[in-house]
Design a binder for this molecule. Sequence first.
Ligand code: BYC
Length: 318
Amino acid sequence: MSELELQQLEAAFDQKIVNDQKIEPKDWMPEKYRQTHIRQISQHAHSEVVGMLPEGNWITRAPSLRRKVALLAKVQDEAGHGLYLYSACETLGISRDELYDQLHSGEAKYSSIFNYPTVTWADMGAIGWLVDGAAIINQVALTNTSYGPYARAMVRICKEESFHQRQGFEIMMTLAEGTPEQKAMAQDALNRWWWPSLMMFGPTDAESVHTAQSMKWKLKRKTNDELRQQFIDQTVPQAHLIGLTIPDPDLKWNEAKGGYDFGPINWDEFWQVVKGYGPCNKSRMDARKGAWDEGKWVRDAAVAYAEKQEANLEMANA
Ligand code: BYC
């Protein structure tokens, strides 16, 4: 391709971004745009799949049939989200096997939040309320992202996340209205999940290496700090409503900015978890790799079955 042709393609691509037109899989795109999308979409897919593990821990111990059914449905939705996202990622020219290899080898990241333990039933409430709540805030912005398959996957995912957030909040509300022990359990879960939930949005804008370029490409529609602030402003009144206390002594309404000021986030803890040294990084990866190895016979059987069907069809058409 000549230099002139490349410039024309780049100009047409830039114009599409300016016009808010979607970039589709067969459209020309800069190699860095493609790579950045593979990075973010695959991390997102891995997060959904690893994100099933902390909750899977509680399916057999849910306190009632109703809670068990809702939790099962939620975890199943997360598997579905992983599948839409892996499919969206594959449209960028990378295979599912390569993506799984990146996760299992530790090369690919997944959200820091899933490396914390789920020690009581209230953690199922806190995850739904806070973690899915944070995910919705991040993902509603992404329904408007520039890459078509990612934006479309986000629309359906957000609808399902909204159910997840409500089921979590309802668990917290029920516990908060229960016995003093149940209320204490809800407060303890909020204490442990609050700060890691704020870390989900990533480093501050000043420290974020990808935000500036991703905002220009309209991959990200809001910055990490903007989304974090939106999450805090939305969640604090919900905690007040059910009589729980946000574990931040510096939290204070700031009339001038129309939002809450909040205390310092422990970024050392965040980077430790991201680098693989969180409380559950090893057990999450062991569980993931174990499931992959133990599922080999299912994948082999599915391939053998598909080959047999294809051979039968060929014979019928011969
Ligand atoms: N954890 O330049 P930055 C869910 C990494 S699933 C780990 O700001 P970017 C759910 C970042 O990757 C939730 N790593 O990056 C599922 C980068 O490292 P690399 C997942 C993090 O991409 C089941 C470096 O730090 N949601 O909701 O512009 C049950 C510098 O960061 C984290 C998504 O994936 C983190 N928290 O912004 C319930 C949403 N934060 O790649 C719920 C889509 C940052 O250079 N992703 N890093 O090695 C995004 O919106 C963006 O990728 C992020 C980070 C805001 C997360």
